[in-house]
Design a protein around this ligand. Structure first.
Ligand code: FEO
Ligand code: CA
Ligand code: CA
Ligand code: CA
Length: 590
């Protein structure tokens, strides 16, 4: 019995969908509609999408590619809203005809990265959202948009290049993966796999720790702009200018977005913020790499709850100053039959000073991975090497924090670290979800307890665990993005199920409290070769939103693997019927 009964959102869970199916599958009685697709015109006067004739100039005014983090911010009255979305990366091989001019294709890819901010409208509460072309706050942020650098590493020699001798202004953002909407209404976004865009010497230990190499780059961007060639003295530091948490104010289309160095530099998945009892903004963050770490940032200043303009200006600087910590998880042993234990937040910075021997404050923030490698907790041990921590998100209802460890097939392999209680499986292909409880509910503190909520996979497989729930559950693998509904349940979107379970990726609801804790129900499945992103759960409105990322990603221009979302015609020579990454709304009767 996979039926889930909830206020506002009643549905019967779907069965898993085979990985060959090119369709978005939703529960019986629900329908889905695209809100906005790659290439849809956003700015006033933007040209209509034409896949056979794209250009950088057109793309810079249109919705970008590979929508990942998404929020739908509903405004007072409920009929207007704001959609904010990250565009993680491009896939030029399926986006552009092979005849497209190479330089134009690369510049178009730059314009398809970044973020989009788009106004929405609907006729009634619970109704269908449509986007407003030319909305007053509509904005595209691309790899050409100037960003201000703030925090202790701003202006550091480690951030200076020939094009920016001040080390305080960066052109653009990229590989923006997940993110979060802050209590003060801005959006933060993580710059994740930035290394893949650069050619680097790759012999420097610091470059290597971030995956920079001489062979990493497959896009050839350095042939169009020398800043992507980190082998040169002029742009040696360009990679250091990516890998940050960026903050964008969607209310002000003229605002300069910011890169916050106080929050450290790694392959940031995203950041999710809760206000501590003391009023500090606490951001939880994952470094999405095999054997990398979970972090938190505690703002120096306190959040101002008032709605004045002055309060807003104050809050816009909360992420500019604060202390950075990395997590150590200690298991209490297997004898109790559960994966659990205590943990410690090891400080990397305190009051603007380095807490790591041998590292200056600037070095801790720019080379955070190496600083964390060198950091030591009170037991003399370092932080815990996790199975690819993706979203790390506090429940605003309970204050408990959830960590999606998506997978790590290298655990236990040739000299690599073996299992520990927080990452209990060798060759972990299906991932797991950690629940963290801050001691005394204090988000600014250094002590916590933890347990594994889920050890994912096919429930028939030995070693899986579903919060102790014994009834039937949906198979789930590779948890990535997290969200909560108004009842406090956790929603998980996945990225990787086609290769692990031979099912399309999907969106799942997990009960956190009561007798059914750990019960997993599948809400939807995305089309062939897509990953489920977003998600946004407006259960009181009867709507769920997902960003369908990289549908048909293994195809080519001549052999497209998906016609999502329009399915109006088949892909034939000289035509393009999709795929187009798209943000969709799922509800009854839309
Ligand atoms: Fe871009 Fe960690 O997923
Ligand atoms: Ca235990
Ligand atoms: Ca992700
Ligand atoms: Ca992912």
């Amino acid at each position: 019995d996979l039926a889930r009964r909830r206020k506002g959102l009643r549905y019967t869970g779907i069965a898993p969908v085979a990985a060959t199916v090119d369709a978005l599958t939703v529960p019986s009685g629900f329908s889905w509609r695209p809100i906005i697709r790659w290439g849809d015109p956003i700015l006033a006067g933007a040209p209509a999408f034409d896949a056979t004739n794209q250009s950088a100039a057109a793309q810079a005014q249109q919705f970008g590619y590979n929508n990942d983090y998404t929020d739908i911010i509903v405004e007072r009255g409920g009929r207007r809203g704001l959609l904010v979305c990250n565009h993680e990366y491009t896939n030029e091989g399926i986006m552009f005809p092979p005849t497209m001019d190479k330089t134009e294709a690369i510049e178009t890819a730059w314009a398809a990265h970044g973020l989009s901010i788009v106004e929405l409208t609907r006729r009634s509460r619970g109704g269908r959202w449509v986007y407003v072309q030319g909305g007053a706050r509509n904005r595209r942020i691309t790899l050409d948009t100037p960003f201000a650098v703030d925090g202790p590493a701003a202006g550091s020699p480690l951030l200076r290049t020939k094009a920016d001798p001040t080390g305080r202004t960066v052109r653009g953002t990229m590989n923006n993966c997940s993110g979060g909407t802050t209590p003060w209404g801005t959006v933060v976004s993580g710059e994740e796999n930035f290394n893949q865009y650069f050619v680097a010497g790759g012999t420097d230990a610091r470059e290597k720790r971030y995956g920079l190499s001489a062979t990493q780059d497959t896009r050839g961007w350095h042939t169009v702009d020398p800043r992507w060639d980190a082998r040169t003295a002029d742009f040696r530091n360009e990679p250091n200018r990516f890998g940050w948490i960026v903050e964008v104010d969607p209310e002000d289309p003229t605002s300069t977005p910011v890169k916050h160095t106080a929050m450290g530099r790694f392959k940031h998945e995203g950041a999710n913020i809760i206000i501590s009892r003391s009023g500090h903004a606490v951001a939880y963050m994952g470094d999405d790499e095999r054997f990398d770490y979970v972090y938190k940032f505690v703002s120096k200043k306190r959040y101002d709850h008032s709605s004045s303009r002055r309060a807003r200006r104050h809050n816009l600087h909360l992420l500019s100053e604060g202390d950075l910590f990395v997590a150590q998880f200690r298991g209490d042993g297997a004898a109790d039959g559960v994966y659990d234990g205590t943990g410690e937040w090891i400080p990397l910075t305190k009051n603007g000073r380095s807490m790591v021997k041998g590292f200056s404050i600037e070095e801790v923030l720019v080379y955070t991975r190496l600083a964390a490698d060198a950091a030591v907790g009170s037991n003399g041990q370092g932080p815990t090497k996790m199975d690819r921590p993706e979203d790390v998100q506090p429940s605003l209802a309970t204050g408990k924090i959830y960590v999606a460890c998506t997978n790590n097939t290298d655990r236990g392999k040739d000299g690599k670290p073996g299992p520990d209680e927080a990452n209990p499986r060798n060759a972990n292909k299906d991932g797991h979800v950690v629940e963290i409880i801050e001691t005394s509910g204090d988000h600014t503190g250094t002590a916590f307890s933890w347990n594994l909520l889920l050890v994912c996979g096919d429930p028939k497989t030995a070693g899986t665990y579903f919060g102790g729930y014994q009834g039937p559950v949906a198979p789930i693998s590779c948890p990535d993005n997290l969200a909560f509904d108004s009842a406090g349940d956790l929603w998980i979107s996945t990225d990787g199920m086609p290769s692990t379970l031979k099912y399309n990726d999907g969106l799942f609801q997990v009960v956190l409290n009561g007798d059914e804790r750990g019960k997993v129900t599948q809400f939807l499945a995305v089309p062939r070769e897509a990953e489920t992103c977003g998600p946004v759960i407006h259960d009181r409105d009867g709507s769920v939103f997902v960003a369908v990322q990289h549908p048909g990603e293994d195809g080519s221009w001549a052999d497209q693997h998906s016609a999502f979302p329009d399915y109006t015609k088949v892909n034939a020579p000289g035509t393009f019927a999709g795929p187009r990454p798209t943000v969709v709304q799922v509800a009854r009767g839309i």
